[in-house]
Design a protein around this ligand. Structure first.
Ligand code: F6P
Ligand code: MG
Length: 441
């Protein structure tokens, strides 16, 4: 019970959680229905009448889901067999067991937000897999691609910046290299503003050249542990033997512009020799609208490769080669789209935990990862990050996140209260960001 009472958001009060389930989720579901509808003729061309029937079925399942959530129905178990069905249904039983009154069922507006929101995306996936032959359709693909194309100017500027940096890297002094590292970290941080779940699936792209805005955005970084990341990786570089490895793992968040910023950072880590191997983790199913799947990962690299500008295209070619050579490794794991907070990983997905333990540094991108790192609990603002991780310490790690949920730890005394007094919504607008590190110093 303690876990439930200490979670940040219940959907029943006038919280950000409440607004998510009341307003944003129906909007996201309506958009998904609309997307399926607009692809009707494509389904027909591909699969004939069966495709049309499948489209109708998926739409009716999503409409049912929208109705269940809007009318606060009980949360029902999953029926379609998939890799994680049992894990999810066991978790549902656990939620049920937390309700003292045995007749009561967990419901949409009376359950912890993290659980309900993850459940909603898993149900969207169930609606699609229950509708063969269109069961591999990604209802969010179009929105992710639109985000990429709308950010193209900024992506071009960023790729050119990276290629210029590559040509001068040998001449850079230690301090200059550090500054370049910090710049790319900040670009990756602010790239996290471009998620499509906060905007209810509406476009949220990067239209201006982000490199020029970094100085102005610095005051909005509330926790800044970039120096720790530099010390860790530059020490690894100095002490590394010729044959040994420095491995950085990146737990990806959104596709489109944010993914490009992560790939640019990953490329820099390799050619600056701060790392020798990068491992990426994406989602196995469409998730929180814009999260990266393997399809998105490959699609973005392919798009960059085919850009008209030769330096942008060079980035795409290099990235494809890193994958071929095994310097970039992409991992899938069903745990990332489950209901569990990360402190449960050791028991629920020990293989994934063991994989993360091989990293010298793990970067967790985005807001949802932060909520899962900290268990989405109602922590005091000043609670140390290490404590909020609740035993999750596979390797030194850093959260790179813009704030889009009512949770933040590791602040200075009074810092959170001061922000609340001057800007009541500071936790949820994405205006503020953090680099929050946990590991030996
Ligand atoms: O829908 C709310 C939410 O979970 C917020 O926490 C956040 O705005 C968004 O979804 C996901 O953000 P991110 O893509 O940064 O994980
Ligand atoms: Mg996301």
């Amino acid at each position: 019970c303690r876990a439930v009472h200490s979670v940040t958001g219940f959907c029943s009060c006038r919280s950000f959680a409440y607004l998510t389930i009341k307003d944003r989720l129906p909007q996201i579901l309506t958009k998904a229905i609309d997307t399926l509808h607009r692809h009707k003729s494509e389904f027909f061309e591909k699969h004939g009448e069966k495709g049309m029937e499948a489209e109708k079925k998926a739409i009716s399942l999503l409409s049912k889901l929208r109705n269940e959530s809007q009318t606060d129905k009980p949360i029902i178990p999953f029926v379609e067999k998939f890799a994680d069905t049992d894990i999810w249904n066991q978790y549902l039983e656990y939620q049920q067991s937390l309700l003292n009154d045995t007749d009561e069922k967990p419901r949409w507006f009376y359950s912890p937000w993290l659980f309900v929101e993850c459940y909603a995306y898993r149900r969207i996936h169930e609606a699609v897999i229950q509708s063969p032959p269109i069961d591999d359709f990604d209802v969010f693909k179009e929105a992710k691609e639109q985000n990429f194309f709308e950010s193209l100017e900024s992506i071009t500027a960023l790729c050119i910046h990276l290629q210029e940096l590559m040509t001068t890297i040998e001449d850079l002094e230690e301090n200059q290299l550090k500054n370049e590292f910090f710049k790319l970290l900040q670009i990756s941080l602010w790239g996290n503003k471009c998620d499509l779940s906060l905007s209810g699936g509406e476009t949220s792209s990067q239209k201006t050249n982000i490199i020029n805005t970094l100085e102005d955005l610095k005051p909005f970084i509330l926790v800044n542990d970039m120096e720790h990341l530099w010390s860790l990786l530059s020490n690894c570089k100095k002490t590394r033997e010729k044959v040994s490895v420095t491995r950085v793992d990146i737990v990806l968040d959104n596709s489109g512009f944010e993914l490009v910023t992560d790939l640019v950072l990953a490329d820099f880590l390799l050619f600056s020799n701060l790392a020798t191997e990068i491992h990426f983790y994406g989602k196995m199913i469409p998730w929180f609208v814009s999260d990266t799947t393997i399809h998105d990962f490959n699609w973005v690299i392919e798009q960059v490769k085919h850009c008209d500008h030769k330096w942008v295209s060079k980035c795409g070619v290099d990235w494809e080669n890193y994958v071929k050579m095994g310097k970039w490794v992409y991992h899938d794991h069903i745990f990332w789209t489950g209901p569990h907070e990360f402190c449960a990983m050791f028991h629920v997905a020990p293989d994934l935990y063991a994989e993360l333990q091989k990293a010298h540094l793990i970067l967790f991108k985005g807001d949802l990862n932060y909520r899962k790192l900290t268990g989405d609990r109602k922590w005091e603002f000043t609670v140390p990050f290490h404590r909020a991780l609740n035993g999750f310490h596979p390797a030194p790690l850093c959260s790179i996140r813009t704030l889009k949920a009512e949770i933040q730890v590791g602040l200075r005394p009074g810092q959170g209260e001061q922000l609340t007094a001057s800007e009541p919504n500071w936790l949820t607008t994405g205006k503020y960001g953090i680099f929050q590190f946990d590991g030996p110093l």
